[in-house]
Write a protein that binds this ligand. Structure first.
Ligand SMILES: [Ca+2]
Ligand SMILES: [Ca+2]
Ligand SMILES: [Ca+2]
Ligand SMILES: [Ca+2]
Length: 291
């Protein structure tokens, strides 16, 4: 009873901000349980479908279960190029479970490029397919771990070809293998060539207004990966993605809290609430006309 009330209040709050917060990509991984090798990762909102690269991934029925392991063979999610660099602000949100804490520097997500950078820095499969070096060049990532410590997570931005600095912000949330957590990472261009990034985990504000001296448009996001690092020597995540979303705004703390409360399977999300209201309005309008 109490829970229902809180949930409704949260969704109402999000609905009222619906015109500002648009969900543009939603991956729910609800495919039938079984082998996920080479499978499409369906974007039910934006049509920007991804693909499973590498070996050992399975669908659980509600999520994508990655095996972890070396970046030259283990499975990861490969999303289309230019997913976030075309926007002035984004939120990357998801529900993920670390299955095992055995892969150093494993990423939750990493959007960017690898040596030599730029379009030439695209790596199209496991291993080093572009023949360049193995370092990440331009990127925005959230790691599941710092080194081998899964009770520390890193948010980092690098813009090598723009000559700007690496910006590193760590969070210190306890991670328990097998226990799902929620994350929301935001990036907002400030309008003067700099940006601000934030991170919440399970509703707790972990990175507060971190400064970045580049913009989303400076990002060469040709390697947009779930569970794999643009630094090719890092391990891939042994983890399970239940839900992964991208919004074209930086969600506020209240919006993040509402989404976290509504959960991974929520049917009503910011712009969906508005669309539903619009549909109800249209049906009422039609009803009146028939009379
Ligand atoms: Ca796994
Ligand atoms: Ca750049
Ligand atoms: Ca790519
Ligand atoms: Ca799911």
């Amino acid at each position: 009873m109490t829970k229902k009330f809180v949930l409704s209040a949260g969704l109402l709050a999000m609905g009222s901000m619906g015109s500002q917060a648009a969900l543009i990509h939603r991956y729910s991984f609800n495919d039938a349980a079984g082998d996920a090798s080479g499978a499409q990762l369906t974007d039910s909102v934006g049509g920007a479908h991804g693909v499973v690269q590498g070996a050992g991934a399975v669908f659980t029925g509600s999520g994508l279960d990655l095996p972890g392991g070396a970046s030259d063979s283990a499975a990861y999610g490969d999303l289309p190029n230019n997913l976030i660099s075309v926007h002035d602000a984004v939120t990357v949100e998801g529900w993920v479970t670390v299955d095992a804490t055995s892969n150093g520097w494993a990423r939750v997500f990493d959007f960017g490029s690898t040596e030599p950078g730029g379009v030439g820095g695209e790596v199209t499969g496991p291993g080093n397919t572009n023949g360049g070096g193995t370092a990440g060049m331009d990127y925005f990532f959230l790691s599941a771990t710092v080194g081998n410590d899964y009770n520390t997570q890193r948010m980092e931005v690098r813009n090598v070809d723009g000559g700007t600095n690496i910006h590193t912000y760590d969070s210190t949330a306890t991670t328990t293998a097998g226990v799902q957590y929620h994350f929301a990472a935001t990036w907002a261009n400030d309008g003067d060539g700099t940006s601000t990034i934030n991170l919440w985990r399970d509703g707790v504000h972990q990175v507060i207004d971190g400064g970045v001296d580049s913009t989303l448009g400076d990002l060469n996001d040709v390697n947009n990966w779930l569970g794999r690092s643009t630094w090719l020597n890092d391990g891939n995540l042994d983890g399970t993605f239940d839900e992964f979303r991208i919004y074209n705004t930086a969600l506020t703390g209240d919006q993040v809290a509402a989404s976290y409360a509504a959960g991974a399977d929520a049917a009503a999300i910011p712009e969906a609430s508005s669309a539903l209201l619009g549909l109800v309005g249209l049906m009422m309008g039609l009803g009146f006309r028939r009379r």
